[in-house]
Design a protein around this ligand. Structure first.
Ligand code: GLP
Length: 241
């Protein structure tokens, strides 16, 4: 409390007042996600505040997830991507549905032998071949998720068939999954993940493990993803029966 108060007049410090004021404007006037904020310099000039004060207020709102900053481009009202949990959709489809352009950067796109853990998770016999994808997934050039997928080579014979979307490749092979089990966990992102996702170390993330199946029960993919917690909302519809 003492940190937040200016002892002279018992008013919150200027940056906290500004932070609250910006929050009020955004929430009460339903400012559109993606809307750009004036530059720090302009805000400081118009509001007759120091740039340090403006910068501190904005940094706090970025941390809260209300604003996002893109290098060189400025500060914007943050977008949240709401994904219904009950539909078996791909990252690419989720983004396209919202008018966002998906893209993948591959760190790994190889074929190799299944590990003991993977063979257990995917019900594959030891020595089976699997395709491994390790990708950074973007929406409108902003990194949103890190994804590691393992797919049996009996389903996907060549890793290079995945140009950008795994599900598109599977669809073309007639092996699009029909059912999936998904586990969602809250995590804080480690240094490497935070660096790739352009967020602060320790930021909230969603760890999602998906095992998808074909109609005949064969596992199609075993994917572990780390989604940015400041952007993604997962919404589930619940039924009593
Ligand atoms: C989501 C799922 C993954 C799935 C991926 C496919 O991110 N969590 O399990 O592998 O979508 O997306 P795409 O077809 O864009 O590669």
């Amino acid at each position: 409390r003492r940190i937040c108060r200016d002892p002279a007049n018992h008013q919150p410090l200027a940056y906290l007042r500004l932070r609250q004021a910006i929050r009020n404007v955004v929430q009460q006037h339903d400012v559109e996600p993606g809307h750009a904020l004036p530059s720090e310099r302009d805000l400081a000039l118009v509001l007759k505040l120091s740039r340090v004060t403006v910068r501190k207020a904005i940094a706090g709102l970025v941390e809260e997830g209300l604003l996002t900053q893109r290098h060189g481009a400025g500060t914007f009202i943050a977008e949240r991507i709401v994904k219904p949990m009950s539909r078996l959709t791909s990252f690419t489809e989720d983004l396209r549905e919202r008018g966002l352009r998906p893209r993948s950067e591959f760190f790994e796109r190889v074929i190799g032998e299944v590990t003991p853990e993977e063979s257990m998770a995917m019900n594959l016999s030891p020595g089976s071949l699997v395709v491994r994808l390790h990708r950074l997934r973007y929406g409108q050039d902003e990194p949103l998720a890190i994804e590691r997928s393992v797919v049996p080579a009996s389903v996907l014979p060549d890793p290079m068939l995945v140009r950008d979307s795994l599900y598109e490749a599977l669809e073309q092979l007639g092996c699009r999954p029909r059912r999936a089990l998904q586990r969602l966990r809250a995590v804080s992102l480690n240094a490497q993940q935070a660096r790739l996702l352009h967020v602060a170390v320790g930021s909230a993330g969603l760890n999602i493990e998906r095992r998808s199946f074909l109609d005949d029960g064969r596992v199609v993919e075993f994917t572990t993803s780390w989604y940015r917690g400041d952007i993604y909302d997962f919404v589930a519809e619940l039924h009593t029966d």
